[in-house]
Design a binder for this molecule. Sequence first.
Ligand SMILES: Cc1cc2nc3c(=O)[nH]c(=O)nc-3n(C[C@H](O)[C@H](O)[C@H](O)COP(=O)(O)O)c2cc1C
Length: 284
Amino acid sequence: MGFSFVEVGSVTPLPQPGNPKPRVFRLKEDLAIINRYGFNSDGHEAVYERLSQLPPPGHRKAVLGVNLGKNKNSVDHVQDFILGVKKFGPVADYLVINISSPNTPGLRNLQHREELGKLVSAVVTARDSLSGTHKPPLLLKIAPDLSDDDKKDIASVILKNENRIDGLIVSNTTVTRPLWLESAERQEVGGLSGQPLKSLATHTVTDMYRLTRGLIPIIGVGGVASGQDAYEKICAGASLVQVYTGLVYHGPLLVHRITNELEDLLRLHGFSTVTEAVGVDCKQ
Ligand SMILES: Cc1cc2nc3c(=O)[nH]c(=O)nc-3n(C[C@H](O)[C@H](O)[C@H](O)COP(=O)(O)O)c2cc1C
C-alpha cells in the first residue's frame, strides 16, 4: 500500500474482550470516529505467535512497531508494560508504551510526573536487559488532552539521561468534543479521532517538540488525510507520520496521494528531504 512502517496493538498481556458492542462509531459528517474498544486483545502469547512467523528485525521490507497496553484488571500497571517489553522486544523494530488510551480506567494517570518516572525507568531497564544485541527503541504515546504542566513534566522525565526515551507518538484520541461537531454520534463516550482531532494533535506536536528542544524524535498522528496534513505535522516537529481514521474514509489509495502531495509540498517550500522540514514552524 506504500506504507514504510506499521504498528500493531495495543496488545495486552492476557487476552481480554474489551468493552461491550457497539464500541466504534463513524461520525461521517465530521470525517471522524469515536471508539471505546477498551483494548480488545488476543493477548501477548497469540500475538507473539503470529509476529514470530515474520522475518526477524533487520530482515523485513518494512518497519514493525508493537504497541503495548495493559489489562483492564491488572493491579500492577508497570509490570504489564515490562512483560510487553520482554515478550515483544526480540520481534519488534520499535516498542510503544501506550499510556494515553481513554478507554482503560487509570491508564492516562501514568502520564503524571511521579508515575511516569517510575514507569519509564522500569521499561528502559527491561529493554536494556534484553539478551542479544537487538534492543528496540522505546516510544511513549501521549494524549492530546494534557495540561501545560503535564507536558512539561513529560518532557523533563523523558529527557533525563537514565530515563532516555527514544521517541514520542503524538497523539492518541481526544476525550474533548469540539462544539462544531455535526454528527448524531458526537456524544458517544470514547476517544475522538480524525479531522476534528487534527489541529489539537498538531499543537501537541509543536509543544512537545519545543519542550524537548527537538532532541526526541516525534511520530505525528491525528487527522492526517492529505499531503498538506502530513506536511503540517512535519513542520510542527514530526519526523514520521501515522494514519488511522483517514484510511477509513479515503481508502488505501490515500497513502500514495499523501506521499506524492508531500513530495510536491517539500519541493515547493525549498526542502530536498523530509528531515530538513522537521520542526521548521518551531524555529521561526
Ligand atoms: C478504532 C480505533 C482504535 C484505536 N485503537 C488504539 C489502540 O489500541 N492503541 C493506541 O495506541 N491507539 C489506538 N487508536 C488511536 C490511533 O492509533 C491514533 O492515535 C488516533 O486515532 C489519531 O489518529 P487518526 O486521526 O489518524 O485516527 C485507535 C483509533 C481508532 C480510530
